[in-house]
Design a protein around this ligand. Structure first.
Ligand code: ZN
Length: 208
């Protein structure tokens, strides 16, 4: 598949500014206080090249205002604050989370429901670019997303395309993906080895 990429800005680690305020955000941009970052969508497993993939699952697990603020500091704003009146520029993180939660429920992909997925994608803006990966002699094509919002929609499209499924961990309730491209078996019930072991210990303790 052609990799999807997003060149984005986020606050440096440890930055104390409140990110929810657009005025604060614009000020930080003007003062060059934001770090440049590149996200790439290759698979859904969180590889070395894109350890946080898919980003939309981090948003799904941000279940209160504090967590949503932390998400925004870590990954950047939903849309570019310099694009006035851009698509979805008025959306709050919480509203975006509710939307994506709904979009993720349009699953599994079936021919009669694929139109719903395409309705979501209709607003996505992607720009093709040819580039040389580090040290490579042959160029590659990449599709660059216009915003973090668009990038996360492409993550959701990929989740639907490959038939990955959102599952809640039986131990900690964290949401994660199972199935193709996720690096997890489709019947996995724990988000991590840590939770699998913790659940086993809890069961053993009950038995006494
Ligand atoms: Zn867990």
């Amino acid at each position: 598949m052609v990799p999807i990429r997003l060149n984005w800005r986020r606050f440096p680690e440890g930055e104390q500014a409140q990110f929810g305020d657009v005025v604060d955000l614009l000020q930080a941009l003007k003062e060059n206080r934001l770090d440049l970052v590149t996200y790439e969508l290759n698979d859904l497993a969180g590889s070395a090249a894109s350890p946080d993939s898919p980003i939309v699952m981090h948003l799904m697990n941000a279940r209160d205002d504090v967590a949503l603020d932390a998400f925004q500091k870590r990954f950047g704003p939903l849309t570019d604050p310099l694009v006035e009146g851009g698509n979805n520029s008025w959306l709050t993180m919480n509203e975006a989370r509710e939307r994506f939660d709904l979009y993720l429920r349009i699953a599994p992909p079936r021919p009669n429901r694929i139109g719903l997925v395409n309705d979501l994608l209709a607003s996505v803006s992607l720009r093709p670019q040819v580039y040389f990966p580090d040290g490579a002699q042959t160029p590659q094509i990449v599709l660059t997303a216009e915003s973090l919002y668009d990038f996360m929609l492409m993550e959701i499209a990929t989740i639907h395309q490959v038939g990955a499924v959102v599952t809640a961990c039986s131990h900690c309730r964290k949401l994660y993906l199972t199935g193709p491209l996720t690096g997890r078996r489709s019947h996995a019930v724990y988000c991590s080895d840590r939770c699998r072991v913790a659940a086993m210990r809890a069961r053993n303790a009950e038995k006494g």
